[in-house]
Design a protein. Structure first.
Length: 334
């Protein structure tokens, strides 16, 4: 099963590029940019990655991002992630970036986007990996700051496909961003939002109704609301679930308690994703492996996660058909 999982064609829909910053690259960039880190060794970094909840992770994650200064740093970060994609047979990825984490430190918006975009273009030509970039607003900041970020995105619109919402869910519900999401939709962006990770199921319903989102990031708390659950099944509203993240941040005590396979068998459009792989212990294949070890599944069920991700992606229909065919062939021959 391990080999089947490693080679299975995959589509990733929930990864924060800043969350792919491995300690090795963090140290390299700190040295290159003359930044002092609060860690003396990789072992000290990994020791610090013991989280109690989402906030305890976010504090360290924003600190790590301080080493990213120049366009080349954002390029190197993204290129390293794409090489992980290649190793895991990820054919398409839709990745988040948090511009406010960088503009707040005086880094220009264009520096961030151009570095990421240059690596993504190289990913297409040299690795055959397609991608779409999603700009996330930090929900612990106010809506005025989100509007200012949307304004900065205007000159880079050709590089950004959709708008998302991340950071601390508790205390920062979807309704806080209704105005800026309405404006983003008017400008032609698709929308997604983190909801129902630590926050209640009502955040999922509100994100769907108020922010007009095309899919829900995390969303595992949907099981608390049977009417919402039924709606997700009948309307095939996708959830981008991040299993290793959910264990690291104690959304579930252990993988055996995770509801992703129950949701799959209920007919929800659930997908497997890595979220912040450098912090949570693994990339796409590691997430598939961890789920399948705790919840034995058939090869057809494992492959359904890829079919769901293709369906939930923002790729054009003809490309979706090509990926579906390729995935079906893999299942038939392995
Ligand atoms: N939740 C919210 N915000 C985030 C996450 C997450 O899992 N990862 C990076 N930013
Ligand atoms: Zn996330």
């Amino acid at each position: 099963m391990k080999k089947f999982i490693r080679c299975l064609p995959k589509v990733e829909l929930h990864v924060h590029i800043e969350g792919t910053l491995e300690p090795e690259l963090m140290f390299k960039l700190a040295k290159r940019n003359h930044i002092t880190l609060p860690f003396n060794s990789f072992a000290e970094v990994r020791e610090a990655y013991n989280f109690n909840n989402l906030q305890s992770f976010l504090d360290i994650y924003y600190q790590g991002a301080n080493v990213l200064i120049h366009e080349q740093d954002f390029f190197d970060l993204t290129w390293a992630y794409l090489q992980r994609c290649q190793a895991d047979n990820v054919l398409h990825t839709e990745l988040f970036f948090d511009p406010q984490t960088h503009t707040q430190r005086g880094i220009a918006f264009a520096t961030v986007v151009n570095g990421i975009d240059r690596a993504l273009k190289k990913g297409v030509t040299e690795l055959g990996i397609s991608s779409k970039l999603i700009l996330c607003f930090l929900r612990h900041l106010d809506e005025t700051a989100a509007f200012a970020t949307l304004a900065q995105a205007q000159t880079e619109k050709d590089k950004i496909f959709a708008i998302g919402l991340d950071s601390s869910e508790l205390g920062h519900p979807p309704e806080k961003f209704t105005g800026v999401f309405t404006e983003a939709i008017k400008q032609g962006f698709l929308t997604v939002a983190h909801a129902g990770e630590e926050g209640p199921a009502s955040n999922i319903s509100d994100a769907l109704d108020l922010l007009q989102i095309s899919r829900i990031d995390h969303g595992v708390r949907c099981t608390d609301d049977p009417a919402l659950l039924a709606k997700l099944v009948t309307q095939r509203i996708p959830l981008t679930v991040c299993p290793l993240s959910n264990i690291k941040l104690k959304v579930f005590a252990q993988m055996a308690d995770h509801n992703i396979v129950v949701l799959l068998r209920k007919g929800l459009c659930v997908t497997i994703n890595s979220d912040d792989p450098a912090y949570f212990g693994g990339y796409m294949s590691d997430n598939f492996l961890a789920v399948s070890e705790a919840h034995p599944m058939s090869k057809a069920e494992l492959t359904q996660f890829t079919f769901n991700a293709i369906e939930a992606s923002f790729i054009a229909d003809d490309e979706k058909m090509r990926l579906n065919r390729l995935t079906q062939q893999y299942l038939e021959h392995n």
